[in-house]
Design a binder for this molecule. Sequence first.
Ligand SMILES: [Zn+2]
Ligand SMILES: [Zn+2]
Length: 376
Amino acid sequence: MAGLVVSQHRRTCGDVESPVTVTSQEDIILTVNAIAATSATEPLVRSTVERRDVGPHDVLIEIRYAGICHSDIHTVRGEWGEVPYPLTVGHEIVGRVAEVGGDATLHAVGDRVGVGCMVNSCRECENCRAGQEQYCLKGNTQTYAGVDRDGTVTQGGYSTHVVVDQDFVLRVPDAIPYEAAAPLLCAGVTTYSPLTHWNAGPGKKVAVVGMGGLGHMAVKIAAALGAEVTVLSQTLGKKDDGLAFGAEHYHATGDPATFEALKNSFDLIVNTVSAPIDMACYLGLLRLDGTLVSVGAPPEPLPVPVFALFGNRRSFAGSNIGGIAETQEMLDFCAERGIAPQVEVIDADAVNEAYERVLGSDVRYRFVIDIDTLRG
Ligand SMILES: [Zn+2]
Ligand SMILES: [Zn+2]
């Protein structure tokens, strides 16, 4: 509906700081400041995006911070398929509620809230009914580059405002600073979900492969759950950080002796690396009934030697973000345990430089855009 209205009904709220009030019943499009990709090869530029009118079940969020996820870069560069340019990415979104629809009761104006990787799902399939909306059998609606229920292409969080159905809006506890909360919406739940599903906890030995945005959160969460955590990173360059985040052991995967020394050791290995790994080597690290779960996604298929699965009755699995209830549980858990990502806050105009640094693994450990620098 909102996508069809004429321009005189638009309003601009890129510089709005206070709650927005809508009195008209007409459809109104919000035109808000954003950063957009215009092609796979051009740098991101300042732009605007249009947000639909706040529907009865919607929440208008004034965005304060947006995290930069590696998926954003893969997407804008066309590495994960065709892209509906111009596109605004960003699925680690936090801010405060600026307006709620007439039938929206879950959030109030002024609340601290967040939005992660999805903004809708069918709500009827067995997976949705089980609270696993991320595995919606009809496909969940991605926060950007997805097609929402009104037929419009979704635009992500590198912008000043977003309109989202209240059921896909999370409560951000007061104990978590806004900027640190942002990466929890993707990196946090992406690691929390497999760690809890495969029962990381006291008495369990968990290895985390990779010490980037996802990996550092996996270490913090696994340690908070009570597991004995080992980091497997290419080098020992981030060892001090890993131990400070809660790991008890830290090994370099660049050293072949690591795989010999740690054979048959782990109940669970969480692989956060998007590059191909030697599956025989990593599966060999699992003890009886151990599982290697991948949350990193290499572009090419991985050859899995089945004989490596036979030994110790091992499993190889994948996991994709988390459900809405689970994401809320993760936020509450992090608030209670005082866990937060380590972030580097940047201005909106530094996004392109930040992308290059992410690709060079030169960030400790997540870039977060200060969206106030997009206003005005
Ligand atoms: Zn992400
Ligand atoms: Zn569904």
